[in-house]
Design a protein around this ligand. Structure first.
Ligand code: NAP
Ligand code: 8YV
Length: 323
């Protein structure tokens, strides 16, 4: 391995394919966590790039004066302070597009599991209850006749909407800016959409502008037949308000792939019968995670070899400064 390879730091856990590919191009170094106390003087002065899966605090970024790029594993980059990185002229990349269809598939699966209780029905069969007690109960909810409101209609939201069209349900959406050329009804506020639909699928990024926006008022507006699906970020939903709404029948059911404090899921949610829960697996097939891993490494390679990242986030639209 040549000595003039760029040094890439991997703090904490990282997808195995990223770890396997990094040494082909770089001099990778590893520390256990994004903790500035773990950064030696030698690391501080040599790291040019960081590959991260999870949260990376601004003070950790500031520990590296020669840092040029942070490559985030995931399309959602709420764990990286991209505005702070931009102020320091540090490029931030994410992994859009390569996971869009997989996440949209999961959203539909979670929606069906939630309204038709398929995971519970499977347990009924596996536990021998079909033989001993007879047919599983008829589900009180159905997807038939529903009106689905997408909270977010970006890459993944649109892929979910295309799938929903085939299911014959009505489709609406709420975003800050309406999308041109679509037949779906646009609502300018989340509350007005919640009043008009009976199903909401959350697929917005986890930002300050979306934080806890699915609150008690929105859930009340969704109503007693209401179903909430969250495949975006846990921070977008007020989890306490959701638990209360599910306990009191303010809404009918929820399907969640993401939570406020992962991997911890509140006991109150676990004990509710009207929820379907997944451990943040929307993109978690081998093929899709491999494609995400490749994009992480390919962004680093492109940055150092061509001076331009493949998928920069909007906050860092710049090119590499050459000496
Ligand atoms: P995207 O293409 O950037 O789309 C984001 C959408 O959210 C846009 O329609 C945007 O429209 C809307 N939006 C953003 N802020 C909003 C606000 N304050 N109010 C209303 N709408 C808002 O992103 P994407 O590729 O579809 O991914 C979306 C998110 O899904 C990611 O950021 C990530 O957090 C999450 N995700 C989760 C998983 C999982 O494993 N569960 C996997 C992949 C992605 P406007 O800008 O017009 O408002
Ligand atoms: C991954 C995700 O689970 O891309 C995202 O935003 O939430 C998921 O695809 C996550 O990035 C893995 O750390």
């Amino acid at each position: 391995m040549s000595n003039n390879r760029q040094r890439i730091l991997v703090p904490g856990k990282m997808n195995q394919r990223v770890l396997d590919r990094l040494p082909d191009h770089f001099d990778p170094v590893f520390i256990a966590a994004t903790d500035p106390a773990l950064v030696t003087a030698e690391l501080s002065s040599s790291v040019a790039g960081i590959a991260v899966q999870g949260k990376i605090p601004a003070e950790f970024v500031d520990a590296f004066p020669k840092l040029e790029i942070i490559a985030n594993f995931g399309v959602g980059y709420d764990g990286v302070d991209a505005v702070h990185a931009a102020e320091r002229s540090v490029m931030v990349t994410n992994t859009p597009d390569v996971l869009t269809e997989e996440v949209a598939d999961t959203a539909i699966g979670l929606l069906l599991n939630t309204v038709r209780c398929f995971p519970v029905a499977e347990q009924w069969l596996r536990q021998g209850r079909w033989v001993k007690e007879g047919a599983f109960v008829l589900t009180p909810l159905t997807l038939r006749g529903r009106t689905v409101g997408l909270y977010g209609l970006g890459r993944i939201g649109l892929a979910i909407a295309k799938r929903l069209e085939a299911f014959g349900v009505s489709i609406a959406y709420h975003t800050r800016t309406p999308r041109e050329g679509l037949a779906y009804t646009h609502y300018t506020t989340l509350k007005s959409m919640a009043e008009a639909v009976d199903t909401i699928i959350v697929i917005v990024p986890g930002t300050e502008s979306t934080r806890r926006t699915v609150n008690a008022e929105v859930l009340q507006a969704l109503g007693p037949q209401g179903v909430l699906i969250n495949v975006g970020r846990g921070t977008t939903v007020d989890e306490e308000a959701l638990i209360d709404a599910l306990q009191r029948g303010v809404i009918a059911a929820a399907g969640l792939d993401v939570f406020e404090n992962e991997p911890h899921v509140p006991e109150a949610l676990l004990s509710l019968p009207n929820v379907s829960l997944l451990p943040h697996v929307a993109s978690a097939s081998q093929a899709t995670r491999d494609a995400m891993a490749d994009l992480v490494v390919d962004n680093l390679v492109a940055w150092f070899e061509t001076g331009a990242a493949l998928t920069p986030v909007p906050e860092t639209p710049f090119k590499r400064k050459t000496a």
